[in-house]
Write a protein of this length. Structure first.
Length: 318
């Protein structure tokens, strides 16, 4: 990870400092897919990077016909994967908008995911895309033992992904999202699943941040002393544990893990641990993500507030 120094402005693009991915995104916006093919093909043995790059590329391609054109002109595992990711994004957008076309786009996306899975069976990424779709009208399998609320959900599909990659980051986040209240879940199920998944992961894993995601998802500014939640002893201990055990690992990532760093920096800031928050914000360099800051207001303003509190430079007023 080499985030670089802060030069007076935020960089919101999810490619962050993955230069090869950023160049491929530029190609995709210009209607070219060779760069996307190259950066995806070289990730066949690195599924965390494959998931990240395919999602970022799909977000660039979702409003064009590039994925369909690529699959028609030069079909293969990488073309099929981008097609599955693009179809996933389109279906989720329609579902979130309550659009009547959701069911049709869901079926298209599920078929695209299965096509990609057949072309490269050892790759968990198409199944992660399927897992993302499960929050629309996914299976309601019984939960395994060990969960207090035993919430039903797409447990069998999740188990299949874990057989391919036991600690797949995006898979865990997609699965947890199935239990968000806005997706038909409940607060009790969300906390149960977040705790269960994080505690089974190694202490040095980014999956230890899952409870912080659930905490932001649960945030209600109308609740008395809601902003003080992060200062409670049990949460302060959880946050500092992540800081001491996971944060040092972030330096070895192929790209700056901006979203995970943002959740940790935000939690430290809310817990009044400015010294530690400053380190995490510094590690992010200029790169920024809209979550978790957007849950508390304008993301740029919230990030600037945190940086000011930690004594770090901020963008000049417009």
């Amino acid at each position: 990870m080499a985030a670089g120094s802060f030069e007076g402005h935020y960089v919101w693009h999810p490619a962050a400092d993955d230069r090869e991915l950023a160049r491929a995104c530029t190609d995709v916006r210009a209607g070219r897919y060779l760069g996307a093919h190259n950066v995806l093909e070289e990730t066949r043995g690195n599924y965390e990077l494959r998931a990240h790059r395919s999602l970022v590329l799909a977000s660039e391609a979702a409003d064009s016909d590039l994925a369909e054109r690529w699959m028609a002109e030069e079909p293969g595992p990488e073309a099929a994967l981008l097609g599955a990711r693009v179809a996933m994004i389109r279906a989720l957008r329609m579902a979130d908008a309550g659009d009547a076309r959701t069911d049709a786009l869901l079926r298209i996306a599920q078929a695209a995911c299965m096509r990609a899975a057949r072309l490269l069976p050892q790759d968990p990424t198409p199944w992660v895309a399927q897992l993302a779709l499960a929050r629309i009208d996914g299976p309601r399998d019984p939960a395994p033992r060990g969960l207090l609320t035993a919430p039903p959900g797409p447990w069998q599909m999740f188990a299949h992904v874990l057989r391919l990659d036991p600690w797949h980051r995006e898979a865990h986040h997609r699965f947890l999202a199935c239990f968000f209240t806005r997706h038909g879940g409940s607060a009790s199920a969300r906390w149960d699943v977040a705790s269960f998944l994080s505690h089974r992961a190694p202490a040095t894993s980014a999956l230890r941040l899952l409870p912080l995601v659930a905490l932001v998802e649960d945030y209600d500014p109308n609740v008395l002393l809601a902003d003080h939640t992060w200062q409670q002893p049990q949460w302060a201990a959880t946050i500092l544990g992540i800081y001491h055990n996971w944060f040092p690992q972030a330096a070895s990532y192929h790209f700056t893990p901006v979203l995970d760093l943002a959740y940790l920096a935000h939690a430290l800031f809310m817990a009044k641990r400015e010294f530690e928050a400053r380190e995490v914000l510094t590690a992010m360099g200029p790169y920024a993500s809209r979550m978790p800051w957007s849950a508390f207001g304008d993301p740029g303003e919230q990030l600037t507030r945190a940086r000011k509190s930690c004594g770090l430079p901020t963008p000049a007023p417009a």
